[in-house]
Design a protein. Structure first.
Length: 130
């Protein structure tokens, strides 16, 4: 996780430098605020990853002397293809659209989102498709 942390902190430092130049050359508030937000988007997870990398045992990909065999082993299980993420997305899309077009879209949106949450939970516990 150390490499990922250093990449994200590097992105944060880059955008902080660009933001400082932008502020002093353009005097524009909107772009400066967006560059500050971009800096934070690199800094917050980067410092979190760095904090964890200092407290955990180094992974094989973090050690320079590690071999390919060190990273071998069980990978874990991956979810099968499912329709529930699409249903959840459509439900939340309807909830957001209800703020624009009317509150009558909110109940179907919540119904889809709740049914998708139940569906993905049942599917993950049974290990198959619902």
């Amino acid at each position: 996780m150390r490499v990922e942390a250093l990449i994200l902190i590097g992105v944060a430092v880059f955008f902080a430098i660009i933001g400082a130049f932008y502020w002093f050359l353009a005097y524009e508030d909107g772009g400066t605020a967006m560059l500050i937000g971009t800096t934070l988007l690199g800094l917050v997870p980067g410092t979190y990853y760095l904090w964890w990398s200092l407290r955990m045992k180094p992974r094989p990909e973090d050690r320079p002397e590690a071999s390919i065999e060190d990273g071998a082993g069980a990978i874990g299980s991956f979810p099968s293809s499912s329709v529930w993420p699409f249903v959840l997305g459509m439900g939340l899309f309807l909830v957001v659209l209800s703020l624009v077009f009317g509150l009558w879209l909110m109940p179907p949106g919540f119904a889809l989102a709740i049914s998708a949450a139940i569906g993905v939970t049942v599917e993950s516990r049974r290990g198959g498709t619902v």
